[in-house]
Design a protein around this ligand. Structure first.
Ligand SMILES: [Zn+2]
Length: 132
């Protein structure tokens, strides 16, 4: 049996929205996935620590973790690019600084989403899928 997480109304399986309050009913498998992999999803954004969820391989069974791991990899690439930018004489330091500032803000937003158990993304970033 499934219950609406907002108002507690019992709803039948397969129903997408709570008949009483209209809240979206998430299926249990998805909720379990998020709860089980939230910590690893956050770790995916913590620089070199990303190798832990990558090596553990649980993302293969977790769409939620896979999503955040994928974005974590993109951030690693982003950080590598900032290092390259800094090498450019004169303007490199400024560009690298701006770029890393933007990256840091995006990364914090992504961590907040991971903690909240959401899989929101950004229009451009979502085009890149590194792990499938
Ligand atoms: Zn409800």
């Amino acid at each position: 049996m499934i219950y609406c997480k907002k108002c507690g109304t019992q709803v039948q399986e397969g129903i997408k929205f709570c008949p009483k309050c209209g809240t979206e009913i998430q299926d249990q498998a998805k909720i379990n996935d998020i709860e089980a992999n939230k910590v690893m999803a956050v770790i995916s954004y913590l620089g070199i620590l990303i190798i832990i969820p990558l090596l553990k391989g649980e993302y293969k069974n977790s769409p939620f973790l896979k999503f955040h791991l994928n974005q974590g990899i993109l951030f690693c690439i982003g950080w590598a690019l900032t290092i390259l930018l800094n090498v450019i004489p004169f303007i490199g330091g400024l560009l690298g600084g701006l770029f890393s500032f933007a990256l840091a803000i995006l990364e914090i937003v992504c961590i907040v989403y991971a903690v909240k158990g959401e899989t929101k993304t950004f229009p451009i970033i979502s085009k890149f899928k590194i792990i499938k």
